[in-house]
Design a protein around this ligand. Structure first.
Ligand code: PHE
Length: 345
């Protein structure tokens, strides 16, 4: 009797090992038959009653063998099913075919130029400050030594916000100087890139919106020579190691003395003549020693601290660098224009 049962289990193991279901459904039927909740192995365990004690252990092992055989078989079947599925998916796919090219965009020339300027100043310890474009009169003008009746306000035609004589669109990034100096103790060493607005007629040379980068360095004993050296470093990083600069006296209400910086562009062709007005020199930024009154306006002790500031238009630098003759091209977002900058740094 016992031997019969043993033979039955052995036959079952043979059966499991020989089984060769194919396809999803047959494999599922196999699972149900041998591993499902009503599988055929379970009732055999019950037969243990009819096995003499000394062979009970052996019997248990044998039945377990059957169960393990079923599990191993099912696992192998499933793996091969997945493989077949993957092979199916790959059918008709040519792995050696070249990929579809992905259309890649490009950075805007103003962004490229702005990032380059930021990078140059970050290397010598300036940190970036970004501030609001909607400013109040105090930060944009009054703190910067330009009271209401000051004629210098006419230099920059201002957009005031509707129903407000206080809020305006900042006309220069110099407003960030006031923001920084009122909240931070010196030493201050920042550059502030951003958009500015002026109510100007749009032409090839000027626009009602453009970008500037402001620089501000306040500390003890900061001198005009420090400013000149910093700006020479900038010009040579931006326009090449042999670039020459010159500082011409100028006027800004918030700096004293003030200067405008030119770089030597050269006079090789007709375009050089036109853009440099025949001098070979190109103005690229305004700068100067921060007026002590501006320091005081912002709560900084002008007997202890001094500093310099500078500001430049980014579009202008981009136009020079890429020889773009019309500023409006920078705001139209014509893809034919923009994609020419794909390989720019
Ligand atoms: N804010 C000036 C302008 O917009 C530039 C400037 C900045 C000049 C800082 C001197 C110092 O023209």
């Amino acid at each position: 009797m016992a031997q019969e049962i043993f033979d039955k289990v052995e036959a079952l193991i043979q059966e499991i090992q020989a089984a060769n279901p194919t396809g999803k459904e047959e494999i599922e039927a196999f699972r149900i038959q041998y591993l499902g909740s009503k599988n055929v192995i379970k009732p055999i365990f019950g037969e243990i009653r009819n096995i003499p004690n000394e062979r009970k252990k052996e019997f248990g092992q044998k039945v377990n063998e059957a169960k393990q055989a079923a599990e191993a078989k099912f696992e192998a079947l499933q793996t091969s099913l997945e493989q077949a599925h993957a092979e199916d998916l790959m059918k008709g796919i040519d792995l050696s075919a070249p990929g579809e090219p992905m259309p890649v965009g490009s950075h805007h020339p103003v962004s490229i130029t702005m990032n380059r300027i930021i990078d140059i100043f970050e290397r010598i310890g300036f940190t970036v400050e970004e501030e609001r474009e909607i400013e109040d009169d105090w930060h944009n003008f009054t703190a910067m030594n330009t009271p209401e009746d000051h004629p210098a306000r006419d230099m920059q035609d201002t957009y005031y916000l509707k129903d407000s004589t206080v809020n305006l669109l900042r006309t220069h990034t110099s407003s960030v100087q006031a923001r920084c100096m009122t909240r931070q103790e010196p030493p201050i060493r920042i550059i502030a890139p951003g958009r500015v607005y002026r109510n100007e007629t749009i032409s090839a040379r000027s626009h009602c919106q453009f970008h500037q980068v402001e620089g501000l360095y306040i500390g003890e004993g900061v001198s005009f020579a420090d400013m000149k050296q910093t700006l020479l470093y900038f010009a040579q990083e931006m326009y090449g190691p042999d670039t020459r600069i010159r500082l011409r006296p100028s006027y800004f209400p918030f700096t004293e003395p003030s200067a405008e910086m030119d770089v030597y562009w050269g006079l090789k062709d007709e375009i050089d003549y036109r853009i440099t007005k025949g001098t070979g020199w190109l103005e690229i930024l305004g700068c100067g020693m921060v007026d002590p009154q501006v320091l005081e306006n912002c709560g900084i002790d002008s007997t202890k601290y001094s500093g310099f500031a500078f500001g430049m238009g980014i579009e202008r630098q981009a136009m020079l660098k890429y020889r773009i003759s019309d500023i409006r091209l920078l705001f139209e977002n014509d893809v034919r224009f923009l994609k020419q900058f794909k390989s720019a740094f």
